[in-house]
Design a protein around this ligand. Structure first.
Ligand SMILES: *Cc1c(COP(=O)(O)O)cnc(C)c1O
Length: 339
């Protein structure tokens, strides 16, 4: 068996031993199958290829100091995949089936769950696609649900460090009443050009404004946005952002630490009043924002002058990671221990 250099993993794809699959046919979900092939045999007229009937999820499993494996908030991911399915008319996978799939794929690939000390984790990627052939625009009659896993390194290789982001008004990620609230690949395709442009200019991500008025903060490409001011956690309310489970968790942690939480529209100018700002999502938990450059209006909002994250970001980050790795108790009931 090959040995894995746990401390040098990237956020890429490393093959593992097994994936699990489940198909929907004749109006019902079948039995879960454990599979060793990493290919899918797909009809060339499948709706996922032509009409974007595709939704996915992302969650992680962590090995604790006690050697046990913990999966973070998997029921929330099941519910969000169901919401995505309703949003683009795909068959809904029951929570129990989702849970069984996740636990099976993690147990089967236990040797790929990185050791506690590495700071790495096992990324879990559920995928749901329309598979039956269709040339007219309508939903598929058949679906495939697949879950694969791959070990991923600690997001911050050089430590928890703020990065710059930019506002680019020429691009929208999602329409105000479109699919931004669903986790679908199409939103990512729509964000690739702006994302590449931002990377070329040295930014880690684009901070999108609302597509209609270009006045309010939406989200940061693949992560939600939050700001901190006067012991308050402030995050956008919008009809075009993906409800991040990390953001939802940080809001609960902030409340439990005695902070107030506001979820509302955030006008761009309010950025100037935030003491700290961050992007949040499963990959990084929190990615602190150093500054935001509004490239169209020639304005800059600075959140970190010394290249270090703010104290509140750091406290929230440490608390969430401690719950995920089992270093601290889980008062919210977020963790599923793999038995
Ligand atoms: C997945 C995703 C997030 C982060 O959600 P988490 O549940 O916290 O991982 C944020 N924005 C977009 C667009 C996403 O697809």
């Amino acid at each position: 068996m090959e040995t894995i250099d746990w401390s040098n993993l990237s956020f890429g794809y490393m093959p593992t031993d097994y994936n699990v699959r489940c198909t929907y046919k004749n109006g019902a979900w079948g039995e879960l199958e454990v599979c060793t092939s990493d290919s899918i045999n797909l009809h060339m007229a499948a709706t996922c290829l032509h009409y974007g009937q595709e939704g996915f999820e992302g969650l992680k499993a962590f090995r604790g100091r006690d050697g046990r494996i913990r999966i973070f908030r998997l029921e929330e991911n099941a519910a969000r995949l169901q919401s995505t399915s309703r949003g683009i008319l795909m068959a809904e996978l029951p929570t129990e089936k989702f849970r069984e799939a996740i636990l099976t794929v993690v147990k089967k690939n236990e040797r790929f769950v990185p050791p506690y000390e590495s700071g790495a984790s096992l990324y879990i990627r559920p995928l749901l696609i329309g598979t039956s052939a269709q040339v007219g625009v309508k939903p598929a009659a058949e679906y495939l649900f697949v879950v694969f896993v791959t070990p991923v390194g600690p997001y911050f290789k050089e430590g928890f460090k703020p990065t710059p982001m930019c506002i680019l008004r020429q691009y929208d990620r999602a329409a105000p009443l479109g699919t931004g609230i669903y986790k679908v690949g199409g939103n990512y395709a729509a964000s690739l050009v702006a994302g590449e442009k931002a990377h070329e200019m040295g930014y880690s991500a684009v901070l999108y404004l609302d597509a209609k008025e270009k006045k309010y903060i939406d989200e940061c490409g693949p992560a939600n946005f939050f700001g901190i001011r006067d012991n308050c956690y402030i995050t956008p309310q919008s009809t075009s952002i993906l409800p991040s489970i990390t953001n939802k968790s940080l809001m609960e942690i902030a409340r439990s630490m005695g902070m107030t939480v506001e979820q509302r529209r955030i006008p761009e100018e309010e950025l100037a009043t935030f003491e700290e700002a961050g992007a949040c999502g499963t990959a990084a938990v929190i990615s602190p924002i150093e500054r935001i450059d509004d490239l169209d209006e020639n304005r800059t909002y600075i959140f970190s002058k010394d290249g270090r994250p703010g104290a509140v970001c750091e406290r929230l980050y440490n608390k969430l990671r401690a719950i995920q790795y089992g270093d601290e108790p889980d008062p919210f009931g977020w963790v599923t221990v793999v038995e």
